[in-house]
Design a protein around this ligand. Structure first.
Ligand code: PEP
Ligand code: CO
Length: 446
């Protein structure tokens, strides 16, 4: 059967909403199909080239952002602060690794969420689970929890304006290395961390001044950066509507984001998500937990990357601090035998989630432990630890415990703002970047 953007509809599919009004759904899809693409094929190819460099051990991937973007928390300050933290983290990593950092946000489209249960029950009332703002509402309310296709349009327009601002920040001066001091968010609570970042900024500023004095810098890389977007390709009617044929190459791209990933729950190679993503040109991520079946992983590797291209396939490991040592060596060994070009990164968030009272949280130390194990195992198996995938925000939230601010379990209520999983706050993210920097330095010397 020939792949078309809607042929995934012939396959079994998981984690989809049930829309009551199919006519309305089809109208919205038809409307989305006419709207401009959010990204351009040439940019997607650029990301693929950048990720190929990661696979060649010449760069490192930093992917991060919200667990779920939301309509109510949408605003310029949130986007700006997330962008600044990513820049800060990237500069810390560039310095340590002496290599370019490929920056990919979980942003401008990260709306749809897989859920462990289709329904949620409160005080005897049973409603559909919240599946992300692109599908239904967060509040436990009968009307709001009903999946509404109109939300796809709102998500599209929010993504478009988010991307517009990110492009402006990337090219318009905020990402200029000469303003590295200004990326600091000004609420770093731990003076030590603040000092560390200031010292690094100072070194960069001095190096730039020196090179300028010698007349040896004149590169656009100084004043601008590339910032790519990504999200989980979960809601396939939306992805289908934004899938377009590139007029230059005749190839097919999902123009909702530069990179798409498939979640742990929807990566069955016989089902719709893998099949849909096999037909588009974008770089593809696949989440892999400790419960993987090696034959399934091999099968999806061949389906998603039949010509074994560099920069196409990114396996995002999320096994948990207590499982990774047991499970990851086997995965590396088996896939190495196949000679597959795979970029491996680590998501130390999703398998380290615990409950603290009514809050879902994650401990900074456990996140760090899984990160360390990933680097150690990769090095001992002769694999390049190519990147990190984080849930984080530029805001001073209290969702993960531990780290610089030393957020305690008792403090979680203070600024618990996520609509889904707990994110690292700006301090925790920057602190983690300094710790990853040490790991990256060692890995690159190896
Ligand atoms: C996510 O990245 O938000 C997510 C749901 O991850 P996973 O599929 O790994 O659980
Ligand atoms: Co999440």
């Amino acid at each position: 059967m020939k792949w078309t953007k809607n042929s995934w509809r012939n396959y079994q599919i998981k984690q989809q909403p049930i829309y009551k009004d199919q006519t309305r759904l089809n109208q919205i899809i038809a409307k989305l199909e006419k709207l401009p693409p959010l990204v351009f094929a040439g940019e997607v190819d650029m990301l693929k080239k950048d990720l190929a460099k990661v696979s060649e051990k010449k760069a490192f991937l930093l992917q991060g952002g919200d667990c779920a973007e939301s309509f109510v928390n949408f605003g310029a300050d949130n986007i700006r602060d997330m962008f600044k933290v990513m820049l800060q983290m990237a500069i810390v990593l560039t310095f340590a690794g002496s290599c370019p950092i490929v920056k990919v946000g979980r942003v401008a489209g990260q709306f749809a969420k897989p859920r462990s249960s289709d329904f949620e029950e409160q005080n005897g009332l049973k409603l559909p689970s919240y599946r992300g703002d692109i599908i239904n509402g967060f509040e436990f309310d009968e009307n709001l929890r009903e999946p509404d296709p109109q939300r796809m349009l709102e998500a599209y327009y929010q993504s478009a304006t988010t991307l517009n601002l990110l492009r402006a920040f990337s090219k318009g001066g905020l990402a200029d290395l000469r303003v590295v001091h200004k990326w600091n968010l000004g609420f770093l609570k731990k003076a030590e961390l603040d000092k560390k970042y200031e010292e690094l900024s100072e070194k960069i500023t001095q190096a730039l001044a020196f090179m300028q004095a010698c007349g040896i810098i004149d590169s656009p890389n100084l004043s601008q950066t590339a910032f790519y977007t990504s999200h989980e390709a979960l809601l396939l009617p939306y992805e289908e509507a934004l899938t377009r044929v590139d007029s230059l190459s005749g190839k097919i791209y999902d123009c909702s984001a530069h990179m798409l990933w498939i979640g742990e729950r929807t990566r069955n190679p016989n089902e719709a998500h893998v099949y849909f993503l096999s037909g588009i040109q974008n770089p593809i991520g696949v989440k892999i937990s400790s419960k993987f079946d090696i034959d399934e992983i091999k099968k999806l590797s061949f389906m998603l990357n039949p010509s074994n291209d560099l920069g196409r396939l990114n396996f995002i490991i999320r096994m948990g601090h207590d499982e990774i040592e047991k499970s990851l060596p086997k995965l590396f060994k088996e896939l190495k035998k196949e000679g597959l070009n795979i970029l491996y990164s680590i998501d130390p968030m999703h398998a380290n989630t615990v409950k603290s009272g009514n809050f879902k949280t994650r401990e900074f130390d456990k996140i760090m432990k899984e990160l360390c194990s990933f680097f150690e195992i990769a090095i001992s198996e002769g694999v390049y630890p190519g990147g990190v995938h984080l849930e984080m925000t530029g805001q001073n939230v209290t969702e993960c415990v531990g780290g610089s601010l030393n957020v305690t379990q008792e403090e979680l209520f203070k600024r618990y703002e996520t609509q889904c999983d707990p994110r690292l706050n700006a301090d925790q993210a920057l602190e983690l970047a300094f710790l990853i920097a040490d790991l990256l330095k060692k890995a690159r010397l190896n």
